[in-house]
Design a protein around this ligand. Structure first.
Ligand code: SF4
Length: 64
C-alpha cells in the first residue's frame, strides 16, 4: 500500500495527523506533510486507511 497525498486539496483539518501521527505531520500553514515515502509498513496500514477515510477534502488516497 502507498499513500498519495494532494497538498493542493488539503485544508488543514489535521484529522490525518491526529489519527495517524506516524504517517503525517503538520507544516507551518497547518497542512499535512506525508512522512512515509514508498510502501506503508504493514503495521501502519490500518492507520493509513483511517486517515484516508477521515480526510474531509479527499486529499489522501491509497494505492494497493
Ligand atoms: S485530514 Fe485531509 S485536509 Fe485535513 S490535514 Fe489531513 S490531508 Fe489535509
Amino acid at each position: 500500500m502507498r499513500i498519495i497525498y494532494d497538498r493542493e486539496m488539503c485544508q488543514g483539518h489535521n484529522r490525518c495527523y491526529m489519527g495517524a501521527p506516524e504517517l503525517f505531520d503538520v507544516d507551518d500553514e497547518g497542512c499535512a506533510v506525508l512522512l512515509v515515502e514508498g510502501e506503508v509498513p504493514s503495521e501502519l496500514e490500518e492507520k493509513a486507511q483511517f486517515a484516508a477515510d477521515n480526510c474531509p477534502e479527499y486529499a489522501i488516497e491509497l494505492t494497493p
